[in-house]
Design a protein around this ligand. Structure first.
Ligand SMILES: Nc1ncnc2c1ncn2[C@@H]1O[C@H](COP(=O)(O)OP(=O)(O)O)[C@@H](O)[C@H]1O
Ligand SMILES: [Mg+2]
Length: 280
């Protein structure tokens, strides 16, 4: 662990206490399925809230900008924000779409489809600069400890997809099961990255999740095929296009896992499975 990370952890309890008194929060307790950021559930008076704290302050600032851009299009509301902190409306019950896997996968696809169609109606803000997917995808041009044939194939597919893209929309950028939460009798989206690109880019995050449960299924190839078929109908795009994005984005995630020092085992295995499907 880096020194700044250690220091952040040391300071975390006092930061939480500070936020608690500044915003009048109560009953704070961490969510159980945390991965990167530290997120607590609680209340502000009678309002159910989520308090999100992160070491990467720029990332939280980008998330706040994306939440504002998507306001009114199915995302959680921001109640307050400061350096390294977001105070959010909390989804209740807050159960994620992961609870639909694997039994209700078709329904999960339709719910995700509805969420993304709503998100993609948000106008691209003129005053904020969100990255474009082509900026993210430049990472594929670096040297990585990934088999060369995978990198080459991903670059070639990327170039073709970018050259033939449909119109740009503001994308969530990480729309997987754990970022779609049950709220009342509807679903609420959290944790947007905010990136510009065509709508078909957005579905690959759902298709490679939930991690690691998806790859533990015997019928993983059928599940992937079926999801691609449904999303192709929902978005009115060719199945091949979605499949190609799935492969390209899997290799991009592989690069990012390596960059972040994470275990790339899942994404490597998924890339191998997708490669076999793309080649058939
Ligand atoms: N506004 C919210 N309402 C309910 N639960 C939330 C909310 N924000 C976060 N959570 C819970 O905390 C988890 C992690 O939050 P998330 O914003 O996705 O963090 P990360 O950026 O680390 O993925 C979510 O999967 C969800 O279970
Ligand atoms: Mg998340």
């Amino acid at each position: 662990m880096k020194l700044v990370e250690k220091q952040w952890l040391v300071d975390l309890p006092s930061l939480i206490a500070q936020m608690e008194s500044l915003y009048g929060l109560s009953a704070l307790k961490p969510f159980e399925n945390l991965s990167y950021n530290y997120v607590l559930s609680g209340f502000q008076g009678a309002q159910a809230i989520a308090l999100k704290l992160g070491i990467d302050k720029d990332a939280l600032q980008r998330e706040a900008a994306a939440l504002k851009a998507f306001a009114g299009f199915g995302v959680v509301k921001i109640l307050a924000e400061s350096n390294g902190m977001l105070l959010l409306e909390r989804a209740v019950s807050g159960v994620s779409l992961k609870s639909y896997f694997p039994e209700k996968d078709n329904e999960a696809v339709y719910i995700t489809g509805q969420c993304l169609k709503r998100l993609h109606q948000a106008p691209i803000p003129k005053n904020k600069t969100f990255p474009h997917i082509k900026d993210w995808l430049m990472a594929l041009d670096q040297d990585w400890p990934i088999p060369e044939n995978y990198l080459q194939k991903a670059r070639k597919l990327r170039d073709g997809l970018l050259q033939t893209s449909a119109k740009d929309v503001l994308l969530h950028g990480d729309l997987h099961h754990d970022n779609i939460l049950h709220n009342g009798d509807d679903w609420l989206v959290i944790d947007p990255k905010g990136v510009i690109g065509e709508a078909a880019y957005e579905v690959a995050a759902f298709i490679r999740n939930p991690i690691p449960e998806l790859l533990a299924e015997n019928t993983v190839e059928n599940i992937i095929h079926h999801r691609i078929d449904l999303f192709a109908k929902i978005l009115d795009v060719a199945q091949q296009r979605i499949l190609d994005w799935c492969f390209v984005e899997a290799v991009l995630s592989w690069c990012w896992d390596i960059e972040d020092g994470l275990d790339p085992n899942y994404i490597r295995n998924l890339s191998i499975r997708l490669d076999a499907i793309v080649s058939n």
